[in-house]
Design a protein around this ligand. Sequence first.
Ligand SMILES: [Zn+2]
Length: 252
Amino acid sequence: MSISKTYDSLVISSASTGESDLLVTLLSRNNGKIKCIAKGAKRSTKRFMNALEPFTHIDAVVRSSSGSGLSLLENATVREGYEVIRSDYKKFILASLCLELVDLWCREDQEEQGIYLLLLWYLSSLCGDRDGLLSTLIFKTRLLDACGYLPRIDTCSICNGPVQGRWIFYDPATGQPCCQSCQNGQNGYKISMATGMSVHFWQSQPLEKIFRLKISSLVAEEAWSYLKNLHSNVLERQPRAYKLVDRLFKQP
Ligand SMILES: [Zn+2]
């Protein structure tokens, strides 16, 4: 017989399924990603109130399935709604991208406490007066690092020497940097040293100090495309939300 358990979770997505149900994806603090069905959630607004909207921090009561079927979401209580994100289009789009990345990176039943805590930090930063784009760059850097796919940008991946000079050349597929002499005149991808050092700062500094570094719009732009390529290449797909984000930042 299956038993119900309560999971401290963030709602990653909810999608309509069947006539009145919702398929809900959660990232739980201690049990990783959980997919479950909220029966009748579209019909009865009373039982779940607004608890199943993306970004919501909830206590989810889930009954795991005894067979191969999906688990059932029996109840959900809101801890924090993060309404500020829903009322600000720019923040909403940026946070939607980060949820999609979390969904793509995390597997079910694999503990992801580091990513859970990072996402909690990110949603709180967005609701405070922190810059949305900078918070998102930091989030994407730390997410890649948590998944083991962010190279050390200050060390040449070929000769192991320090990367020096104005530019850091890198392999677009892996993000691995190489110094000017190893680059050997090839027409490689490159970012400025200032961008490389910013990414290194976001990777290596504790979150309490992370907003101390101020960046120029040029660094933000370069870091954005470096991290976007890296996420998309490793995941072997471009997250859908990038279309909306890119449109947002092309507007004057
Ligand atoms: Zn080198």
